[in-house]
Design a protein around this ligand. Structure first.
Ligand code: AHR
Length: 355
């Protein structure tokens, strides 16, 4: 009887202690500091395609600077090393880690349907940055931000066309080679299309197109081979600045001169990006005649998309950034593309020191 009374009192005391505890915590389960930290920060899994160019390094830096703990983010960064397989593995890891958002800078356009479906099944929004994905169902990604690569190509060939007119160079005199980017990447597809359409339209000679993978090493290697195969090259259309720098090394190693004066036997180099200070200094000294800008600073843009989503709103599905045309030749200051006139920014020493 006595024992029973003690047990009864003990149970009542336990219930009182439990009740006081629940009142103290507001009925919620106590969280460890780690769990609280995870809840505070938005976790981003970022699959970057690689580190092939100065543009890419600037793009990575822009993302790292935007998604800091101070800004309320935890960034899980993965370098895909130019491999789509590695990028798909990274995305699957992000899904397992239950990140809040996946940001993907895809190396090429095709082959993303299955893994993006997996992300969707896990309820994780995917934001595409820079190049695009070619998927059958557009709702597999939430938003994309990047460049209009075909427009970049159109601007560069429009500049070349204006230049030939200003110098009295006929279409048949142009013998062009194209150092392409990574085949299947949106930047390659758009820029190659820009050139091929102009070749068709103006009747220029396109001697060869070869992939140089957006790298300086491959640009040098491919250009050296092309110079051996063709002795009449007078325009090199490089699908980024790093391959242009490599091409110029090959041109100079072959005892030729990279420059604007096609009539005097110089080889004109034109290119894309405008990030690399060396490439911009080459514009100033004439070794590169024109660069169609490609803007890499997407970190704050992706951050803005995430802020819109966090506010429960819908961001624009696609956001194209606006970009310039750089040259040191000031004989014409605008070029027409599809009925719109684009300004040519004349590069100065000051522009380069600011980069
Ligand atoms: O996708 C953008 C392109 O990729 C840039 O022009 C190039 O430099 C980079 O590697």
């Amino acid at each position: 009887m006595r024992v029973k009374r003690f047990v009864g009192i003990g149970l009542i005391l336990l219930a009182v202690v439990l009740l006081l505890f629940l009142i103290g915590t507001g009925g919620k389960k106590e969280k460890t500091p780690k769990q609280e930290e995870k809840k505070e920060n938005i976790v981003i899994g970022f699959s970057q395609l690689g580190a092939e160019s100065d543009w890419r390094s600037a793009n990575t830096q822009s993302m790292l600077a935007a998604f800091t703990a101070a800004n309320g983010y935890e960034l899980i960064y993965d370098d895909g090393q130019q491999s789509q397989t590695k990028q798909i593995t990274a995305i699957r890891r992000f899904i397992q880690q239950d990140v809040d958002y996946i940001v993907l800078a895809p190396v090429t356009e095709n082959g993303w349907d299955i893994v993006l479906q997996e992300a969707r099944d896990a309820g994780i929004p995917v934001i595409i940055v820079d190049r695009q994905v070619n998927v059958s169902d557009q709702s597999l990604y939430t938003a994309w931000v990047g460049s209009d690569f075909e427009l970049e190509g159109k601007k560069l060939v429009a500049w070349l066309h204006e230049y030939t007119i200003s110098q009295g160079i006929s279409a048949e005199e142009l013998n062009i080679v194209n150092l392409q980017g990574t085949l299947g990447a949106t930047a390659q597809i758009g820029r190659t299309k820009g050139l091929e359409d102009a070749v068709e339209m103006y009747g220029w000679n396109l001697l060869a197109e070869e992939p140089a993978d957006f790298t300086q090493t491959k640009g040098r290697e491919v250009m050296a081979r092309l110079l051996k195969n063709y002795d009449n090259i007078n325009v090199v259309y490089c699908e980024n600045d790093n391959s242009a720098i490599g091409a110029i090394e090959a041109i100079e190693a072959a005892g030729k001169k990279a420059g604007n004066d096609i009539k005097a036997g110089e080889i004109m180099v034109i290119s894309f990006d405008g990030v690399n200070a060396k490439a911009l200094s080459y514009v100033l000294d004439g070794r590169i005649s024109c660069i169609a800008e490609c803007n890499p600073l997407h970190g704050p843009r992706v951050q803005q998309i995430i802020e819109v989503l966090e506010a429960g709103k819908t961001p624009d599905k696609q956001f194209y950034v606006s970009e310039k045309i750089y040259s040191a030749i000031d004989t014409f200051l605008q070029v027409p593309v599809d009925g719109i006139k684009f300004d040519v920014t004349i590069i100065t020493e000051k522009d380069i020191s600011e980069k």
